[in-house]
Design a protein around this ligand. Structure first.
Ligand code: PLP
Ligand code: COI
Length: 341
């Protein structure tokens, strides 16, 4: 299989149409067989549930080329589980886990020419999503749904690669107490658009959202969880019911404990204690681990001791180990890597 002629090493995080996508329809209470198709366009009713009441959930994952030339995905079973949780919260049918895993395998294999070669730093981003497709005008769940998966080759999420980011403590909330912050629904991202555009206009890279109830605890950004390293080298990540349970963050806690011999803990983290942290990073599928150099709280600058030029030393070790596992340079824990071809 010949790779596409793409400048892999200079890719950003944008959409490049690939050749194939997967589609399956839910009608009369059941999912059809599903198929790989060519058409990237979707035709639906002007009154489709997704268009009127934002009934849509999605996932984000990546395929990598390993050092020995295989194409693999990273913990796709956890994406299937999370999509199930998201779908149930928005009263949507569940796309069965085995079908989900098979759909991902099929769509990645069909777009193998777009999976960036090993060593380029790029990967194939995979976007599974599901939405209500039949006309819905009274506020209620749709009856019919479509599940789709497309792929697009991507580089780093943040421009500048691993240059430490400057984060703004946001005055907006991303989620509500007892709301939908813990699921991957498009509506959460719509909520964050005004806040991110505002932050960018003011020169910040991202927002730090605080817990919507007390506004004293660190939650997450619009598209990644936070990870901190304390001055005594402990890895800590915020615990909250209104943040997305990041697969990257959960994996990094295990990497810290089992590969780096560090203490690691998920707990509530107050904004107040951030000034005492040694390192900070944003973690997620798209963000991988992007280092944070500075957090600005209404004019008060919290400068992480790791500085504005490079990742902190523990963040770097976490990054190297996680990406080493994903690209097959370091042995993965049982069940983390799914070989596609
Ligand atoms: N938080 C939000 C709001 C996200 O959109 C993402 C991305 O998926 C994450 C966290 C990171 O989650 P994961 O590591 O599973 O990609
Ligand atoms: C991901 O990391 O997969 C996400 O969905 C985050 C988004 C901001 C691209």
């Amino acid at each position: 299989m010949e790779k596409k002629n793409i400048d892999w090493s200079n890719l950003g995080f944008g959409y490049i149409k690939t050749d194939k996508r997967y589609v399956s329809n839910f009608k009369e209470g059941k999912w059809d067989e599903g198929a790989i198709i060519d058409d990237d366009m979707i035709v639906m009713s002007e009154c489709a549930g997704v268009l009127q009441y934002a009934q849509t959930v999605f996932e984000g994952m990546k395929a990598y080329t390993t050092e020995d030339g295989h194409i693999v995905t990273f913990r796709p079973d956890l994406n299937a589980d999370r999509m199930e949780t998201s779908a149930k919260r928005l009263e949507m049918p569940v796309f069965p886990k085995e079908k989900f895993l098979d759909a991902i395998d099929q769509v990645v294999a069909a777009n193998a020419a777009y999976v960036p070669p090993f060593g380029t730093g790029a990967s194939l981003y995979i976007r599974p999503y599901m939405f209500g497709i039949n006309p819905v005008i009274g506020v209620k769940p749709a009856d019919d749904y479509q599940f789709r998966v497309f792929t697009t080759p991507v580089g780093p999420y943040f421009k500048g690669g691993v240059k430490p980011l400057t984060i703004k403590v946001s005055d907006f909330d991303r989620a509500a107490p007892c709301g939908t912050g813990n699921i991957k629904a498009g509506l959460n991202y719509a909520m964050s658009l005004h806040a991110i555009v505002t932050a960018h206009k003011e020169g910040y890279d991202e927002n730090m959202y605080l817990d919507p109830k007390t506004r004293t605890k660190v939650e997450e950004t619009g598209g990644a969880n936070f990870l901190f390293v304390t001055k005594d080298n402990k890895v800590v990540t915020p615990k909250s019911d209104s943040i997305l349970p990041s697969i990257t963050r959960r994996s990094l806690i295990q990497v810290a404990q089992e590969y780096l011999g560090l203490e690691a803990e998920e707990r509530e983290i107050t904004l107040e204690e951030v000034k005492d942290m040694a390192e900070c990073g944003l973690c997620g599928t798209a963000a991988v681990i992007s280092p944070v150099g500075k957090i600005v709280d209404h004019g008060t600058e919290i400068c992480l001791p790791s500085g504005m030029t490079q990742m902190g030393p523990i963040t770097q070790k976490l990054y190297d180990t996680l990406t080493g596992i994903q690209m097959g340079r370091i042995k993965a824990p049982e069940g983390w890597i799914r070989v596609i071809k």
